[in-house]
Design a binder for this molecule. Structure first.
Ligand code: PML
Length: 232
């Protein structure tokens, strides 16, 4: 297996990114796909593109994909509050999460907050934690849902499959993509429509965790351990 990663930016502002793990025969297709994704993105033109290929040498961990649930947008606040409550995330922490999502900083990865106090626990600054070395190999929903949702579900599965993680909130920073999600191992991947207004780059990923989580191990799991997500 090989890992292939793409990252594109303009004047150091993140525009687009993608990655997967695949067999050698699929590498060329992914190279073309990621090249096109980077150069023809609605977030704008790019002045930097990084395409990286590495052989996967460590054993791959298998993770079971979270199930997908669709929520209504007209009860947005209520829905999110309820989901937070049911997953042990305080209202204060949820609101703090939205503050990070709405501020002017464009984090390229996720931010980790205490589910109780809302304090930020990682020290990765503007970079955030990048979930890396993953592939969604046996997704039964291929064709049923978009590539974007498939990728988001894979990331959400990685972020939520670790002892001490309560939930993750995601709002896309793509200009006109207004569906976000709230995911947890307890309740699954809840898609939330109209989580933001159109024509804004505000967005981000917030992971809510127990204060006693082994943060170093969790970050190593997210960034370095090869992970394959399977749909059962
Ligand atoms: C992104 O691609 O920028 C984030 C993906 C959010 C997907 C939400 C959904 O449609 O389920």
């Amino acid at each position: 297996m090989y890992s292939i990663k793409m990252r594109a930016s303009n004047e150091d502002i993140h525009i687009s990114g993608a990655e997967t793990m695949c067999e050698f025969d699929d590498l060329e297709n992914y190279l073309k796909k990621y090249f096109n994704k980077a150069f023809y993105h609605e977030n704008g033109t790019i002045d930097f593109l990084n395409l990286k290929i590495e052989k996967v040498k460590e054993p791959i961990q298998i993770l079971r994909a979270l199930s997908v649930i669709k929520d209504l947008d007209d009860t947005l606040e209520h829905t999110l509050e309820q989901l937070a409550k049911q997953t042990g995330v305080s209202e204060y922490a949820l609101n703090k999460g939205f503050e990070y999502i709405k501020n002017d900083i464009n984090y390229s990865g996720a931010i980790i907050l205490s589910a109780r106090t809302g304090h930020r626990l990682d020290n990765t600054g503007k970079r955030g934690i990048r979930v890396s070395n993953l592939a969604f190999k046996t997704c039964k929903r291929n064709g049923e849902i978009s590539e974007r949702v498939k990728d988001a579900r894979a990331l959400a599965t990685c972020m939520n499959t670790f002892e001490g993680v309560k939930a993750e909130l995601c709002v896309s920073d793509d200009l006109n993509y207004t569906t976000g999600y709230y995911a947890s191992s307890k309740l699954g991947y809840h898609r939330i429509f109209n989580i933001k207004k159109k024509a804004t780059r505000q967005g981000g990923r917030i992971i809510f965790v127990d204060d006693h989580i082994d943060l170093n191990q969790y970050i190593t799991f997210l960034e370095s351990i090869p992970k394959e997500i399977v749909d059962e």
